[in-house]
Design a protein around this ligand. Structure first.
Ligand code: 15L
Length: 267
């Protein structure tokens, strides 16, 4: 793959990938709405507002693959989510289709399925159960990816990312932690594997406490190296400082589920 474009370059995951993908592809163009403060001299950057199709078309010029991390990465007001994650995501897929970009790796989120209880182990073929407007926007992106793959032949990989960090920071993250180097493996499978058409993988490391069946990613050669168990003691110590929250503690999406929750009162 000669040139790839990565959106969301200034975010936490984008910042990690700028370090970890260095030298992997001949040309990587990093993009965000504004330039990351720590952009290095040897990094190529183009500013783009994802809600503006013309800017997105300019951003992806000559790309063979796109890693779409950009948008709004937590819960927010509908106007914000709509602009960044609905319109923005549509513009990325549509511009890629028009320009003949072959592959997209889309960073979706565990929050697309956050309302599955922790007692349930789920695979990639379950009905989406978003836990927030943010989660709904990620489910929309997954559907958009399927549409552009099935109707227009783009090769699309959706990574339902758990939590990317140096180590799992609480009990929930013992299940969903994703070691940054394992994310790189998943991104590279999405950009390079010859058999990708439309796939959903869980962005999760080899965690003993995982709630997700990630055999689909393993089928494509994913061999995660991170093991959340190695950090069990410190994650549980941190959890003891967090007040109990019956809704957050019951569901996989945690606090995204309990925020604004009033279903019990209405039923
Ligand atoms: C996400 O999707 C967010 O982008 C990230 O900030 C974390 O909140 C993560 O989920 C999580 O569930 O821990």
């Amino acid at each position: 793959m000669k040139k790839i474009v990565v959106t969301g370059a200034a975010g936490d995951i984008g910042t990690r990938l700028r370090r970890l993908l260095k030298g992997v592809y001949a040309e990587i163009c990093w993009s965000d709405i504004r330039k990351p403060a720590d952009l290095a001299d040897d990094e190529t950057f183009i500013a783009a507002d994802l809600a503006d199709l013309a800017q997105v078309e300019k951003m992806i010029a000559d790309a063979e693959g796109i890693v779409h991390l950009g948008g709004f990465s937590v819960e927010g007001p509908w106007e914000t989510i709509h602009r960044a994650n609905i319109v923005g995501c549509y513009n990325v897929f549509e511009a890629a289709y028009r320009a003949g970009v072959g592959r997209i790796v889309f960073a979706t989120s565990n929050h697309a399925v956050g309302f599955y209880p922790r007692s349930e182990r789920i695979g990639v073929n379950v009905t989406v159960r978003p836990d927030s407007r943010y989660g709904v926007s990620k489910a929309f992106g997954e559907a958009l990816g399927a549409f552009y793959a099935d109707k227009h032949g783009l090769r699309v990989t959706c990574l339902r990312i758990g939590n990317v960090a140096d180590a799992p920071v609480d009990a929930r993250r013992l299940a969903i932690w994703l070691k940054p180097e394992d994310l790189v493996q998943l991104v590279r499978i999405g950009l390079e594997h010859p058999d990708i058409r439309y796939e959903i993988f869980y962005g999760v490391s080899d965690n003993a406490a995982s709630w997700w069946d990630n055999s689909n990613a393993r089928r494509f050669g994913y061999r995660p190296q991170g093991r959340a168990e190695d950090f069990r003691h410190q994650a549980l110590a941190a959890q003891r400082e967090i007040p109990a929250d019956p809704i957050a503690d019951r569901y996989q999406g945690g606090p995204f589920c309990s925020a604004e929750y009033d279903a019990d009162r209405r039923r």
